[in-house]
Design a protein around this ligand. Sequence first.
Ligand code: ZN
Length: 177
Amino acid sequence: MADIMADTETTGGEVSYPLKVTYCGACSMPLEYCEYSTCKDACREWLEKNLPNLAGDIAIGDGGDEKKHQKRGGKGTTSGKGTKKQQEPAKITLQLSARSKNKNVTLVKGLATFGVDLKIASKVFSSKFACGCSVTGADEITIQGDFSDQLFDLIPEKWKQIDEDSIEDLGGEPNKR
Ligand SMILES: [Zn+2]
């Protein structure tokens, strides 16, 4: 009688084991995370020493502390995946900067990483805040005045792909609110 129950427990031979993850000896993180590690150099060294086969697959330390290769268009030396664009989280930053005693400007950086047209954004800001506003860099808009608070509401409202959490106020004000 009780045999039946015992049987069902042991017959399930197909147990799915957790995938084996290789951990890095330098930062103790799974290897995929090494590129985010703070000790990439140590990670790469460890990897080259212990798992040279994998060392090529995992891109650690693309930061350019090694010899700089001159960038030229066309074929790179590495074969394989087309682009080796690093995935870094997109972020918009707001920074208050004092131009003169009572004239603040707000620097908005990072909008372009969300696919926002800076010229349009600049127009949106200037009409919304009724102030001077211009594109001042590759991914930088300068707004005449302190509009950090309003920007937190306006940007996610205007561009749905941007979350309020993606906006960071770098401050710059001497007296915090
Ligand atoms: Zn590591």
